[in-house]
Write a protein that binds this ligand. Structure first.
Ligand SMILES: Cc1cc2nc3c(=O)[nH]c(=O)nc-3n(C[C@H](O)[C@H](O)[C@H](O)COP(=O)(O)O)c2cc1C
Length: 440
């Protein structure tokens, strides 16, 4: 069978364009209404997407006045989506820096049971500096420390998910034996950051472990992804940088003894689709006019860990010296590299840069016809830049509907995308192996 692409739907706000929430084309429902998310997840399932994904931030930042982002806590929301869908994979973000591994292991094991094996965890170390203030800290935990802690965190949660053998439960009413005690083990972890005895309070879940998703692209982030990630989200503004990332990540995974096809690279793609290129560009321009550059300025400052851009005039072409060195950024380091790459290549004014980032925060944006979008996806997929895409519709649900109705059939005609689900776990959709438990 020929290789087929994987599609994840990234659900955020009323779409990924910064001004989507104001557009007459986006959903009229409140962002706290569970029906909004259920409807989108069901549409994505009808379109045969592999999965949906919910991001999360642990502080609202300064942009609350004009920019909704996450409105509901993702794990709670996944519980609701698990019972309103049947096949589609469900991925939620949770932080290794600001949560206890025992709590997180319980939550994801429970969700994997509730969804019958459709759960994925987007492992983040939380780049937003303001998050620290909500968890007893004064300043941000450094980039290096966050990843070091995350490493130990993974040992703990993987140990906990493995602490029950798949055959531990007997549930035998006649013999009076509920489980085989010798098939449930403590983990007795004592490390630098965590002391966890275990075992987990929850029997082994259908997938053994959630599918592990990762989205860090810095050098340390790539190394972490290569060790643990089974699907990797990434922001790339050019096919060439995505090819470099793809090659590098697969090589790093192989160096850790992993197979190349067990780590999927899914760059973000935010397509604005219309019946002609001119119409798509007009819609993109219309959306752009609703975006406020001052919100963009705050957001970019957050990415750079609070760096002050207030002195920069909006209409002067930017130079790299206007930005701090990404190596010194403790926040979203790899995204700052993406932004600086764009500045070096295109020399935009701050206004132009912010307009570009308003589209999808540094992910690839594209305005065109269904055919053009399908061509672009095929090209990235066949040229070693992607195993599929993190689809980020600029407007929800409108641009998801057009994508499903117009682009997916083209991908299917070209043999590039499934025409039915072959299984009902996220591991089967992503073609990932079952994790080997310590009992096997
Ligand atoms: C598609 C995508 C989604 C992400 N979602 C989140 C998120 O929900 N919460 C978060 O704190 N970071 C999120 N990140 C950021 C990364 O997890 C990572 O922390 C960030 O890129 C900084 O690490 P790095 O310098 O290693 O890349 C996301 C990144 C990407 C590409």
């Amino acid at each position: 069978m020929t290789r087929q692409m994987h599609l994840n739907l990234f659900i955020q706000s009323r779409g990924h364009h910064e001004a989507s929430w104001r557009s007459p084309l986006s959903s009229p429902l409140p962002l706290t209404d569970v029906f909004y998310y259920q409807d989108i997840a069901q549409k994505a399932e009808a379109g045969l997407f592999d999965s949906i994904f919910l991001a999360d931030q642990l502080a609202i930042g300064e942009e609350v006045k004009q920019g909704p982002r996450t409105a509901l806590e993702p794990l709670t929301l996944l519980g609701a989506l698990a019972v309103s869908t049947e096949y589609i994979g469900l991925i939620a973000t949770a932080s290794t820096t600001y949560s206890e591994p025992f709590n997180l292991a319980r939550q994801f094991a429970s969700l994997d049971h509730i969804s019958n094996g459709r759960i994925g965890w987007n492992i983040v170390t939380s780049w937003l500096a303001a998050a620290a203030n909500n968890y007893g800290g004064d300043t941000q935990v450094s980039h290096a420390d966050r990843y070091e802690r995350a490493d130990e965190y993974m040992t703990v949660v993987n140990g906990l998910w493995d602490s029950w053998a798949a055959d531990a439960i007997l549930d035998n009413r006649e013999s009076g034996l509920y489980s085989r005690a010798e098939r449930v083990r403590a983990i007795n972890h004592e490390g630098e950051y965590y002391r966890v005895k275990g075992p987990l309070t929850i029997p082994r879940s259908p997938q053994g472990r959630p599918v592990l998703v990762q989205a860090g692209s810095s050098d340390t982030g790539r190394d972490f992804a290569a060790r643990y990630g089974e699907a990797v989200f990434t922001a790339q503004l050019e096919k060439a940088t995505s090819q470099e990332f793809y090659k590098d990540l697969k090589a790093r995974a192989v160096a850790y003894g992993r197979a190349e096809d067990q780590i999927l690279v899914l760059p973000g793609l935010s397509p604005l689709i219309a019946s002609s290129e001119a119409e798509a560009t007009r819609m993109a321009d219309e959306l752009g006019e609703l975006a406020d550059p001052e919100i963009g300025r705050k957001r970019i400052s957050d990415r750079f860990g609070g760096y002050d851009f207030s002195h920069l005039p909006l209409d002067k072409p930017l130079v790299p010296e206007d930005f701090p060195d990404p190596e010194t950024v403790e926040a979203a380091r790899s995204r700052t590299e993406v932004i600086l790459g764009l500045v070096r290549r295109e020399k935009p004014t701050l206004r132009e840069l912010l307009a570009k980032l308003a589209g999808a925060r540094g992910h690839y944006t594209y305005a065109g016809t269904p055919d053009q979008v399908a061509n672009l996806m095929e090209e990235w997929f066949t040229d070693g830049a992607a195993d599929g895409f993190n689809v980020m519709p600029p407007l929800l649900p409108a641009m998801l509907e057009v994508f499903i109705d117009e682009v997916i059939p083209l991908l299917q005609q070209r043999g590039l995308f499934r025409t039915s689900y072959e299984g009902n776990t996220l591991r089967t959709h992503y073609k990932l192996a079952e994790p080997v438990s310590q009992f096997d």
